[in-house]
Design a protein around this ligand. Structure first.
Ligand code: ZN
Length: 485
């Protein structure tokens, strides 16, 4: 007995030693010794330009027939007038009329070009919510230190920020060594198939290979990660895939006075319940693992110990993450029943019951894998499962954090926002950058804007706005990124 206790004791001590060794072994992944960049003077005219850009109602509607092409044309005219040097020294190619691709030739053709991208279409304002805006969504009011309006965060901020930075550099006769493409889609909010996708296909047809791509996605989160009291610049290194499945259950119909044990609605409800009760398996890999690698060294001791010993604590960490909706979306393919239709009258048995379920697919899973999992989980041959196909997208590959593009972005963030920690993460929404995987393995999603939890509701929501100082920082960021590349 004594010997057994001894062995257990020694085992525990050894385990403690390993846990502690791993905890103390991890060191910060933050780029050190980056001198803060002297704050570039950005004139108020840049802010005025953003304000003016908001006034063009470049709205993407699900029903493409509603698109007001004159607004898109006027917006492109506004860019030409506002950025004369960009338009005289860069070449502009318009693809499918409204998608814009500028090429800025560098002096060193042995360097692969970089691509800075954004989109200038915006989502509509939800009917009935206009009154809730402090300033009207398409006026571009500048008030209380903010520019208000649809697109100030998603994503005219990027388009105008990039163009301001290039115009600024051209005014100083700056010539980059590396070539740059500026790519601006016009239908990102309705899948990007005519804009972003065509831009990528055009580059692929020219055999262009890019060093890195930077698009919207992550922001600088200034609150919300417990244990860390610094802003965190989240750089998306991957994004989830997308599919929606339609489930149809068929019953016999007839009068509701003599129903079968299960109607088509009951059958469908049971199927949905099974899917909700048996979510896709969670795992901590790819972008979520990268995020832990970067945040762990900055965490207080207890959390650091757990994160540094994922070989042992993996399931604990995954279970903890899965407790919040945001954390859950990081570790698994998510299941969201969104539409349900059945029945016409309270005393008539429905023949058909139909549900639509949206899935956001974790890198490593696939559309086909989702279909298979859903069929197996439901286990009912009387329910057909088919993909709606319109927006099917496989999850992106995970971009390397050791690649030059990531290091350049990391360095630029440190220079512009010295107090921020940099962390790679998984973007759970979709961006146009997903189309560029064929021309570049190093795709990053980051917008250099500080946001708190409250601000995250503004894109696509009410009172979308950006502070004038934050917008000037966007211009400063792109100037620094271009110069550093
Ligand atoms: Zn966007």
């Amino acid at each position: 007995m004594k010997t057994l206790l001894k062995i257990v004791g020694i085992g525990l001590l050894a385990l403690m030693a390993v846990l502690l060794f791993n905890t103390f072994r991890i060191s910060s992944k933050q780029m050190a010794n980056v001198p803060p960049l002297a704050s570039l003077a950005v004139s108020d005219s840049a802010v005025q330009h953003l304000s003016e850009a908001i006034r063009y109602r470049t709205v993407s509607y699900e029903d493409i027939a509603l698109m007001d092409s004159t607004q898109f044309e006027k917006f492109i005219g506004f860019l030409a007038k506002t950025y004369p040097l960009v338009h005289s020294r860069l070449t502009l190619k318009r693809i499918n009329n409204y998608a814009l691709l500028y090429e800025w030739k560098g002096t060193n053709t042995s360097l692969k070009p970089a691509l800075l991208m954004g989109h200038y279409d915006v989502v509509p304002v939800v009917q009935g919510t206009q009154k809730m805006w402090k300033h009207q969504p398409f006026e571009g009011d500048i008030a209380e230190g903010f520019v208000y309006g649809r697109g100030t965060l998603d994503d005219k901020v990027t388009v105008i920020g990039v163009l301001e930075s290039v115009e600024h550099l051209l005014r100083q006769n700056y010539q980059p060594a590396r070539s740059f493409y500026l790519a601006f889609g016009h239908d990102e909010e309705i899948s990007g198939r005519v804009g972003g996708k065509a831009l990528a296909e055009w580059l692929q047809a020219q055999n262009v290979q890019l060093e890195y791509v930077i698009d919207e996605g992550g922001t600088i989160k200034i609150d919300g990660v417990s244990g860390i009291d610094k802003p965190i610049a989240l750089v998306g290194v991957a994004e989830k895939g997308y599919t929606s499945l339609q489930l149809t259950s068929l019953g016999d119909g007839g009068h509701s006075s003599m129903p079968p044990p299960q109607t088509s609605i009951g059958m469908l409800a049971e199927a949905i319940d099974k899917l909700q009760k048996k979510p896709f398996p969670a795992r901590l890999g790819g972008a979520a693992a990268y995020l832990q690698d970067y945040l762990a060294p900055e965490m207080p001791f207890g959390t650091k110990l757990a994160m540094a010993n994922r070989w042992l604590m993996k399931s604990v960490i995954v279970n903890l993450l899965a407790k919040t909706n945001a954390g859950n979306a990081m570790v698994r393919t998510t299941t969201a029943p969104t539409v349900i239709n059945a029945g016409v009258k309270d005393n008539v048995l429905p023949i058909e019951a139909v549900a639509k379920i949206n899935f956001r697919i974790l890198p490593g899973d696939s559309v086909q894998g989702v279909v298979k999992y859903v069929k197996e989980t439901i286990g009912n041959e009387r329910i057909t499962v088919e993909t709606l196909k319109q927006f099917d997208t496989e999850p992106s590959p995970v971009s390397d954090t050791a690649a030059l593009g990531f290091r350049l972005i990391h360095r630029t963030i440190k220079g512009c926002f010295p107090d921020a920690l940099v962390a790679p993460y998984l973007v759970v929404g979709a961006t146009d950058s997903r189309y560029f995987r064929s021309v570049c393995p190093n795709v990053y999603r980051f917008m250099p804007v500080r946001m708190n939890e409250e601000d995250l509701k503004r894109p696509h929501g009410t009172n979308e706005r950006i502070s004038t100082e934050d917008f000037k920082n966007v211009v400063r960021f792109y100037v620094a990124l271009i110069k550093g590349s």
